[in-house]
Ligand binder design. Sequence first.
Ligand code: SF4
Length: 331
Amino acid sequence: MKIVGIPRGLFYFYYYPLWKSFFVNLGAQVVTSAETNRLTVERGIEAMVDESCFPIKVYFGHIRELCKNQIDYLFIPRIVSVEQRSYICPKFMGIPDMVKARIPNLPAVIDTIIDFSKDKKLMQKEIIRTGKIFTEKTSRINDAYKAAYQELQFCKALAAQGYTMAEAIHIWEGKSPPCPSAVAELRVGILGHGYSLYDERVSMNIINHLRLMGCKVILPESLDKETIENQAATLPKRVFWTLGRKMVGSALHMAQREDIDGIIYVACFGCGPDSLIGEIIERKVKNKPFMLITVDEHTGEAGLLTRLEAFCDMLKRRRKETFANHLPTYG
Ligand code: SF4
């Protein structure tokens, strides 16, 4: 049985159920790297140039870990676009080349081109090209993809209920769901690229920390897609990055919701799209407390906790009726 390694980074947090099911349906075995830890980060930093963003460094760390295992293939898709008229950060396009240039002795790389911006037939061809590594039967490849797509929908439905995509993947894999938090005193909207937010090492476990502080966390995946698009469409120029548009639309929607006390944006140091999207959101969201947190490999959890505690204290003060109308959004 062929073994395919899927690094636990970047679009793993959006598409792992689809990718894993697809390969398993074709008779392969799938292995992933461990959850991001100190060693992952160190390995990634060693392999990648300093100027790169944090999530890319982490991704390299995962690949180096996987390469230590006996795997036949490494799945590193070349992601261009996941929907029409929109694109993903250009770094995703070059990832297979960057990996081949920086990491020696790689197993065979499956670099499926994911590009939904053009004709759907091109995507269909790529699925068949990838599937043919495992079987010659086109019908089997198509069936494998259709069944895998349903698995992804299951996880998306869980995310729509308020689970993070990482938690949804856990549940999908048959692990127990996280315990529901005690009664939430505050409701906080959290924005950021999924691979930063849902990777507990990259985001410094921000979601769980907020939950422990008595917050119910509202994530973009739990919001209605049409609402997000409508809000994003109010900007004078269309944001052509899929994830950037999702964050702007989510932020504008959250800003209008009475039940949301504040918004936090988790940005990555060295990320071009974050520097622009974070700025747009900061300028647009005037009526609610907003905090921008930039993370990188040097970020410490203690410093983050202090900022979160201060932010939550300020939200609680604003909640007190006597003060609410007098406090500015910064507290
Ligand atoms: S969007 Fe930002 S964080 Fe994501 S890969 Fe591109 S530069 Fe890195």
